[in-house]
Design a protein around this ligand. Structure first.
Ligand SMILES: *Cc1c(COP(=O)(O)O)cnc(C)c1O
Length: 345
């Protein structure tokens, strides 16, 4: 049996979720007449403490819409090192949204208010205008790290003083919320726009939302249409989101416990460099020590032969992600197989 730890996007809709999708009340959402989509937008806007939210097909679209409605072509956006909106959106920031990005901070995806302050360009025609700062919480490449809220508040102070907008890429904000045990709206309060994914740890097949003020979401609505993201009887998809929020949100705590147990089980295997303290949510990242005679790509290929599916995140960096469709026993089996593999290396 394969244990698929490549991503929390691999989860499949359960029979109960499919049932809820089949029963969804629908209408033409381009006319604003899909009751299930409208309810989801209201629910998520409320959870995130924003005036309005917009249902979109993907997190990439949610991020790019948020960037587009708060910048002008040629502007500079400050992002974290290895930010999703820079690294994993096929160049949409440059190619479609028309902004350039500057990376701040270290490999954990965290940065400080002083770095933001220093990175803002002077108001001088030589430089691109720095108009937006985007924070990713939790941070994917950083290994699911939670961005410290105290630092977000300090960054907010700089952003307000210097006239920058603030975007939160909250694809996995649900995980930060559950891990910290603090309300979603307290995490989102500093931000002008927030994007969240239903298709990661929450286990819906499709869907993200972007949230913000009424006027921001009105502009987002137009932008979604421009990008081809206007959907018709999308209530079938939104119903999966309702189900996921009601049934799966609390289960993220199990994913976090499983990630921690998995990390604990492999951290002393020969050739594994893993800082247990960095495992805050459902992502485990480790480096292969120089004595391991193959790189991350070969490690991932060998693990696959043993029925453990992982992703390489760099030349010697490997990532495992826990999710709804792998339980504690499956994670233990995966860890055991990797330990055996490393002992034989
Ligand atoms: C997955 C992800 C997204 C959006 O990806 P989609 O596959 O388009 O839904 C955005 N930001 C982060 C941090 C992500 O992990």
């Amino acid at each position: 049996m394969n244990v698929d730890l490549r991503s929390d996007t691999v989860t499949k809709p359960s029979p109960e979720m499919r049932e809820a999708m089949a029963r969804a009340d629908v209408g033409d959402d381009v006319y604003g007449e899909d009751p299930t989509v409208n309810r989801l937008q209201e629910l998520v806007a409320g959870l995130l403490g924003k005036e309005a939210a917009l249902f979109v097909p993907s997190g990439v679209m949610a991020n790019q819409i948020a960037l587009a409605v708060q910048t002008r072509p040629g502007d500079e956006v400050l992002v974290s090192n290895g930010a999703h909106c820079l690294l994993y959106e096929s160049g949409a920031g440059a190619g479609i949204t028309g902004v350039q990005m500057r990376q701040l901070g270290g490999e954990d995806g965290l940065f400080g208010a002083s770095e933001v302050e220093r990175a803002i360009n002077p108001d001088n025609a030589h430089y691109p205008s720095t108009t937006l700062c985007a924070i990713e919480n939790t941070h994917n490449r950083g290994g699911g790290r939670i961005f410290p809220q105290q630092e977000i508040l300090r960054i907010t102070e700089v952003a307000r003083r210097r006239g920058l907008g603030l975007h939160l890429d909250g694809a996995r904000l649900w995980n930060a919320h559950v891990a910290l045990g603090v309300s979603l709206d307290s995490l989102t309060a500093p931000f002008d726009s927030v994007s969240v994914c239903l298709s990661k740890g929450l286990g819906a097949p499709v869907g993200s939302l972007v949230a913000g003020s009424k006027s921001l979401i009105a502009r987002a609505h137009r932008r979604r249409k421009m990008l081809g993201g206007g959907m018709r009887q999308a209530g079938i998809l939104a119903a999966a989101g309702h189900y996921a929020l009601a049934q799966h949100l609390p289960k993220l705590a199990t994913d976090h416990a499983n990630a921690r147990a998995f990390a604990q089980a492999i951290k002393d295997a020969p050739g594994v460099h893993l800082e247990l303290a960095t495992v805050e949510t459902n992502i485990v990242i480790w480096d292969l020590a120089p004595e391991v005679p193959y790189d991350a790509a070969a490690f991932v290929a060998r693990a696959r032969e043993r029925g453990v599916l992982l992703n390489a995140m760099g030349e010697r960096r490997v990532r495992a992600v826990t999710h709804l469709d792998v339980d504690a026993a499956a994670c233990a089996v995966a860890a055991e197989r990797l330990c055996e593999m490393l002992k034989a290396a």
